[in-house]
Design a protein around this ligand. Structure first.
Ligand code: PRP
Ligand code: GLN
Ligand code: MG
Length: 506
């Protein structure tokens, strides 16, 4: 996942975009970029790093214009360390287009070859997003050949783009001299919403928190397959551009990726996490009698709502036993296992009195590679805990994700090919309780507003159930994607040489 945002306003948008990107920072910590549009000219600044490091006053001053877009990147394809693959991307024809993408194309290699041989377009990076931009540019060129580019031609181009792309994509693009285009893949895997401010400005963003925190009111989610075009005067037009679109948002957004104060596809992320704690409570009682748990301790940050609800329902005290260093980012979305592992200890420290002589139940939202759990269980023991139980608000992550979450190889998933007992042993906990897949889906669905519930077909939950919603994923495509996953650099904690190796228990 990455965070994307676009604005059409009647006042300068540089600061607005910067602030919205800070609200989306949890979706990507690796690179950040803004493009603004003044008359026919784009102004761009992008670099590796978090928003506050990438933009200096001089960079902000060099971003004039009332229209613009931005992105915070969490790399899932191409090169994690390449400045060139920071977004937005730019092409000069037709018209001049810049684009930000959240998601992952599963047919990027085929498209790259097709772009070169058939469309005669050159891509110069390993990024799937650059491929996407070129497909969009080619289709805009085709649909507007000999006629002025208007909403009709733009929607026709998006229809063709949907035909060619596979995978997940939420996109915001600016077309010089025309306006802002936003669209979402036909399954709605990655989120995108739209809102307005009192002065009539329009904003599209990955999460509602970016709108609300910027003084906008959330109007609605952009529907799966839908395209929205906002002209330079702020007039909004939209059209469904995909056949047979269904709403299947990525369930991992609700488990971990999104901020709890966001609402996506009509589902409150916070309520979803509370509900996950509720269903988890039922699983806990059938494994560890509540009388044997002295205290429930969340693993900050994302597990807090589930842990609170679990503690409440079991009638066990909830305590903050780990203090988080707020200056260390999210460890899961860091590129490279070496840096992730080191960061868990830098990020979390224990309050010994909450552990000493107690049976503690630690709660996390999910266990992916097991990096966090193994460190945390050991830290709890070192702090004097008698028994350390671990509960996960999500089921075991057993399958690679190909839709924009960096878990592309099954070997790095601690639960792949292992029984829960084997995972427990590896992590070193006295008991390990996982959510079950159906319980998770029900819990998240229950958090949907009544009007949204009817529009949801289900969830993209492949990393938990192995069912890939786009229907075109097999072991070959997974290994192809594995080879195009972000590569690290040795100077920043090379992930290949320091990759966590798990003992083979079979
Ligand atoms: O099993 P692992 O591979 O360690 O991944 C899972 C952990 O990573 C995430 O935390 P993260 O620190 O990224 O973010 P958070 O502060 O939002 O919880 C998630 O909340 C789990 O704690
Ligand atoms: N996480 C994302 O949405 C990543 C977008 C794109 N695939 C990249 O790697 O830059
Ligand atoms: Mg966490």
């Amino acid at each position: 996942m990455c965070g994307i945002v676009g604005v059409v306003s009647n006042a300068p948008v540089n600061q607005l975009l910067y602030d919205a990107m800070l609200l989306l920072q949890h979706r990507g910590q690796d690179a950040a970029g803004i493009v603004t549009l003044l008359e026919r000219k784009f102004f761009m600044h992008k670099a590796k790093g978090m928003v506050r490091d990438v933009f200096r006053t001089r960079n902000m001053r060099a971003l004039p214009g009332n229209v613009g877009l931005g992105q915070v990147r969490y790399p899932t394809a191409g090169n994690a360390y390449s400045e060139e693959e920071a977004q937005p991307f730019y092409v000069n024809a037709p018209f001049g287009i810049v684009m930000s993408h959240n998601g992952n194309l599963t047919n990027a290699q085929t498209l790259r070859a097709e772009l070169f041989s058939t469309d005669h377009r050159h891509t110069n990076t390993e990024s799937d997003s650059e491929v996407l931009l070129n497909v969009l540019a080619h289709e805009l060129e085709r649909s507007s050949r000999g006629v002025p580019l208007q909403a009709k031609e733009i929607f026709a181009a998006v229809r063709n783009v949907h035909q060619r792309l596979r995978g997940s994509y939420a996109v915001v693009a600016l077309i010089a001299g025309h306006g802002l285009l936003a669209f979402r893949d036909p399954y709605g895997i990655r989120p995108l919403c739209i809102g307005r401010s009192a002065d009539g400005s329009a904003m599209v963003a990955s999460e509602s928190v970016a709108l609300e925190g910027s003084g906008f009111v959330l109007e609605r989610d952009i529907a799966p397959g839908e395209a929205v075009f906002i002209d330079l005067q702020g007039n909004v037009q939209s059209q469904q551009c995909a056949q047979g679109a269904t709403r299947n948002p990525c369930i991992f957004e609700f488990v971990y990726l999104a901020r709890p104060d966001s609402t996506m596809d009509g589902i409150s992320v916070y309520q979803a996490r509370l509900n996950l704690g509720e269903t988890l409570a039922k699983r806990v009682v059938s494994t560890v009698p509540p009388s044997e748990i002295d205290v429930i301790i969340p693993i900050p940050e994302s597990s807090r709502p589930s842990a609170t609800q679990l503690a409440h329902l079991l009638g066990i005290p909830y305590r903050e036993g780990f203090v988080k260093n707020r200056y260390v980012g999210r460890t899961f979305i860091m590129p490279g296992q070496g840096v992730r592992k080191k960061s868990v200890r830098q990020k979390l420290n224990v309050i010994v009195s909450e552990f000493k002589g107690r049976n503690v139940m630690l709660v996390d939202d999910s266990i992916v590679r097991g990096t966090t759990s193994r460190e945390i269980v050991q830290m709890a023991r070192d702090a004097g805990a008698k028994k350390v139980y671990l509960a996960s608000a999500a089921p075991p992550v057993r399958y690679p994700n190909v839709y924009g979450i960096d878990m592309p190889t099954k070997d790095e998933l601690v639960a792949h090919g292992r029984t829960i007992e084997e995972v427990r042993e590896l992590i070193g906990a006295d008991a390990l309780i996982y959510q079950d897949v159906e319980g998770m889906k029900r819990a998240v669905m229950k958090a949907a507003s009544p009007s949204a519930a009817g529009t949801l077909s289900g969830f993209e939950a492949s990393c938990f159930d192995g069912v890939y919603i786009t229907g075109d994923i097999d072991t070959d495509s997974i290994s192809r994607m594995q080879s195009s996953r972000p590569q690290g650099s040795s100077e920043e904690g090379d992930e290949d040489t320091s990759r966590l190796t798990l003992p083979n228990l079979s």
